[in-house]
Design a protein around this ligand. Structure first.
Ligand SMILES: Cc1ncc(COP(=O)(O)O)c(C=O)c1O
Length: 409
């Protein structure tokens, strides 16, 4: 520009004051150590490649474009977008989760639902209660909005509601701020695979009323049961009670790349979420999913995947019995994708280097805790993505590295 020298703009000086604290956190997703391609991935919480309905999705997309031409590719898109929403609404009604005042918002995966809820309910003073351990990406999202958390332990029966009650009572006594929101994955939790008992579910909802907080129920794995499903928290709150915001997803039962999730909640919440959601939609993905659901027998697909994941889980558990020392323990899941393993006295994030060296990966437990020290002795194994052969070989390799380190203790 005619030799005129411009000062270089400092981009960071333009960031809003609301996002600056969030940018001090670790970059999203960078927590996971890089895993070489040839490793057996017992770390990945992805669906089994064989269960992703590639042909059915391909046919549904082709049918959609052949029948509707350019329509699904426009802003407003196809009628199938509405059909998807009706399908989800009906699913919610069937599962007794849509109350009189509730509405459904389709989101780009459960994660967008969680983010929209956080954006709507949380500011830098909000106290949020979370499970310890919990889904680390939800932690990442919440930490973009607030730094105030209460962590409550999970055991083999899910969230320890007695501990929650004691913590709440203690904070109240001390005049400390109480949580406005609690985030839970009550059914086949990530990472522990555990399920909150009905008694604890009722206790939790009693506490929510007593201490006046909302519950975000993340049910990403609810349909992946091996024998029997669980009644959601949302369905426990009858009538028009707006206390539970339910988050669902088709990622674990159809295909995560389609990014189809939803929130079912009181219409006042849904309208606020929709305020920020507008035009951040993907009408083509939604129409494609709408078309897929019209053409596929979903219950049959679910029945098949429940059997496949149930068998793979059994296989993983029996291989763990064979190859791991007696000091190592784990919870037996009744659904979902994960087995949570405790290796007493061992820092599993250090052990991962040895595991990767022999060609197997897992997720070190510490990443699922706000206070990472609490998770040092744990690791999360996933049976969803690896093939049966790889599960057998992967656990054998893992057994070797665990035995080596345990013998040195
Ligand atoms: C508990 C939980 N919630 C939500 C998600 C993400 O769901 P989505 O792909 O629909 O964003 C996952 C994925 O791992 C999860 O484990």
């Amino acid at each position: 520009m005619n030799g005129k020298v411009f000062d270089r703009v400092n981009p960071e000086s333009f960031f809003s004051k609301d996002i600056k604290p969030a940018l001090q956190n670790d970059p999203p997703g960078e927590w996971m150590p890089k895993i070489p391609d040839d490793c057996i991935r017992l770390s990945s919480g992805y669906p089994d490649p064989e269960l992703v309905p590639v042909d059915e999705l391909k046919n549904s997309v082709m049918k959609l474009l052949e029948e509707e031409k350019d329509l699904p590719l426009h802003y407003l898109g196809s009628q199938k977008v509405e059909d998807l929403k009706s399908f989800i609404q009906n699913l919610m009604v069937d599962r007794s989760m849509l109350n009189d005042n509730d509405e459904v918002l389709i989101t780009s995966g459960a994660c967008q639902g969680i983010d929209l809820i956080a954006r709507t309910l949380m500011d830098d003073e909000t106290v949020v209660a979370v499970e310890a351990p919990t889904y680390m990406e939800a932690l990442e999202i919440f930490q973009n909005y607030t730094k105030h958390f209460i962590s409550v332990e999970v055991d083999e029966h899910g969230l320890r509601t007695n501990r929650l009650e004691a913590l709440l009572a203690d904070r109240k006594r001390k005049g400390l701020k109480l949580p406005r929101v609690l985030y839970t994955i009550p059914t086949f939790q990530n990472p522990t695979g555990t399920t909150m008992t009905e008694e604890r579910r009722k206790h939790l909802m009693k506490l929510a009323v007593e201490y006046d907080f909302l519950v975000i129920e993340d049910d990403a794995y609810g349909e992946v049961y091996f024998e029997q499903g669980m009644k959601s928290l949302k369905s426990l709150c009858g009538g028009a009670d707006p206390r539970v915001l339910y988050v669902g997803s088709l990622s674990k039962v159809v295909a995560p790349g389609m990014r189809i999730g939803w929130v079912a909640a009181d219409q006042v919440f849904i309208r606020a979420l929709a305020w920020f959601k507008k035009d951040l939609d993907q009408p083509f993905a939604q129409a494609s999913m709408g078309s897929f659901l019209e053409n596929v027998d979903l219950e049959k697909h679910f029945t098949n995947l429940r059997k496949v994941y149930g068998d793979k889980c059994d296989l993983l558990l029996s291989e763990l019995e064979k190859h791991l020392p007696d000091s190592v323990s784990w919870y037996v899941p009744k659904g979902g994708y994960f087995v949570w393993v405790k290796v007493p006295g061992v820092d599993t994030s250090k052990l991962l280097e040895d595991a990767v060296e022999v060609g197997v990966s897992y997720v070190p437990g510490k990443y699922f805790f706000l206070n990472q020290e609490e998770g040092l002795e744990y690791l999360r194994l996933s049976f969803s993505y690896a093939s049966e052969g790889d599960i057998v070989e992967g656990v054998k390799r893992l057994g070797k590295v665990i035995w080596a380190v345990v013998e040195d203790l």
